[in-house]
Design a protein around this ligand. Structure first.
Ligand SMILES: Cc1cc2nc3c(=O)[nH]c(=O)nc-3n(C[C@H](O)[C@H](O)[C@H](O)COP(=O)(O)OP(=O)(O)OC[C@H]3O[C@@H](n4cnc5c(N)ncnc54)[C@H](O)[C@@H]3O)c2cc1C
Length: 392
């Protein structure tokens, strides 16, 4: 793979809106990606393997629980810093960002928000340091966009719960130490349970043959009469709103992360277009290539503004789920469109692993589907503005 010469585009001087802390956090993540991700990520994606050696570095840049209070081992940062960290990590690879998103927003967040003090003390510091890795089990083989239909369930056996069911498409599952699992009780109410790797009847087979997010491990969570101690139930929130609250936090991170992937594709294509000569001129001098590049920087700038404003709203606890859906949907589509256009600017070279673009493009096919599909986010906006539910 070519050396990482990335220079971040900032067409509207958005850096002026960032605090010194934001820039410090972002630059540390950017440096780490250049040093520890860019040189290795292509080969891990090619062999479809998650590079476990990066876990320590992810913890050190504050990627595990950026906004979780320091008393629980988190970085205690604001939402814009969280977004910037996700942007920088996804600039390297969406699969690596997925690992960080799951750990922070889908595992640490529910334990922090819906757990009790003992659960916070037991799990959060180990998850923040990367000593333990987590996964989040919501999706099932027959219930993806409609998680409320889940069949995974638990029964109260007096001194413990008995958990049965299966989850599919679970990021980090093959190596997770703990899983936050969403299951129905005997009354059909959804609750979160913390399942630990060594519990009998719990297995995590890996899903193979993915053409997307190849450097991220994906798998199943299977529960066959798993005895879960009663103290592992998250007591402070139940119902579908509980997992959806986690998804809000993760989707917000994706809205920023997708900008990172788009910036990398744009930066690569711009540099290539200035250097590649055809018909006696750099291809950057041809109008058709300028159109592509000019539209890319315009769309990246719009996405940056959307994410920044959403970050301000999140800092003030005023961001609605529908606003988060709009940003996730817009920014991921923006990134995938830019990846496709950037790939064309590189001609034949664009399909090789010498450059990051094709990997980003394939990764983004998962990002546009997970955490609510592109269609589902549109329906959320539609419901929000019309008051009519078009889901069913
Ligand atoms: C790489 C990867 C990692 C993932 N990681 C996790 C994870 O860690 N944890 C987890 O719980 N899940 C995870 N997921 C699952 C992901 O969230 C689901 O794939 C996603 O929610 C879509 O569900 P589905 O694949 O079952 O598609 P379906 O729900 O079957 O949807 C298929 C198509 O139908 C459309 N559709 C569905 N309902 C409607 C409707 N009402 N109106 C119009 N169109 C509709 C969808 O938009 C889509 O285009 C992951 C997925 C992938 C690919």
């Amino acid at each position: 793979m070519k050396p990482d010469l990335f220079e971040a585009p900032d067409y509207y001087n958005l850096d002026d809106l960032l605090t010194d802390e934001h820039k410090l956090v972002r630059d540390a993540a950017r440096e780490w990606v250049k040093r520890d991700i860019s040189p290795i990520i292509e080969s891990y994606a090619q062999k479809a393997e998650f590079p476990t050696q990066i876990i320590k570095g992810l913890a050190e840049i504050g990627a595990f629980g950026p906004y979780i209070p320091e008393e629980y081992g988190g970085a205690g940062l604001d939402q814009i810093s969280y977004g910037l960290i996700m942007q920088e990590i996804e600039r390297g690879d969406s699969g690596v960002r997925s690992t960080a998103s799951v750990q922070s927003s889908l595992v640490m967040y529910p334990i922090w928000k819906y757990g009790n003090e003992e659960q916070r003390q037991k799990y959060l510091p180990k998850l923040a340091s990367g000593e333990w890795m987590g996964s989040f089990g919501l999706t099932e083989p027959d219930h993806g966009s409609n998680p409320g239909g889940m069949v995974t369930n638990y029964k109260d056996m007096g001194d413990h719960y008995l958990l049965n069911g299966a989850k599919l498409w679970i990021s980090n599952s093959p190596f997770c130490d703990v899983a936050v699992v969403w299951a129905k009780n005997e009354e059909g109410r959804i609750h979160g349970l913390i399942v630990e790797r060594e519990m009998e009847g719990f297995s995590t087979p890996e899903t193979h043959n993915k053409w997307s997010l190849r450097a991220s491990a994906t798998g199943e969570l299977i529960f066959q009469d798993v005895k879960v101690p009663k103290e592992n139930l998250l007591p402070n929130k139940s119902g579908l709103g509980a997992p959806l609250g986690c998804l809000d936090s993760a989707r917000y991170g994706i809205a920023w992360g997708a900008i990172g992937a788009a910036m990398d594709c744009y930066d690569t294509a711009l540099r290539y277009a200035k250097e590649r000569v055809q018909f006696g001129k750099p291809i950057a001098a041809f109008q058709l290539q300028q159109k592509k590049l000019a539209e890319m920087i315009t769309e990246i700038t719009k996405a940056q503004l959307l994410a920044f404003r959403l970050g301000q709203l999140k800092n003030e606890n005023r961001a609605s789920s529908a606003q988060i859906s709009m940003a996730k949907r817009n920014n991921v589509e923006m990134a995938i469109t830019i990846a496709r256009e950037a790939r064309q600017i590189l001609g034949g070279m664009g399909i090789t692993g010498e450059y990051s673009i094709m990997r980003h493009m394939m990764n983004l096919e998962s990002v546009i589907t997970y955490e609510g599909t592109h269609d589902i986010h549109l329906l959320i906006t539609g419901l929000d503005i019309t008051g009519h539910n078009a889901f069913k």
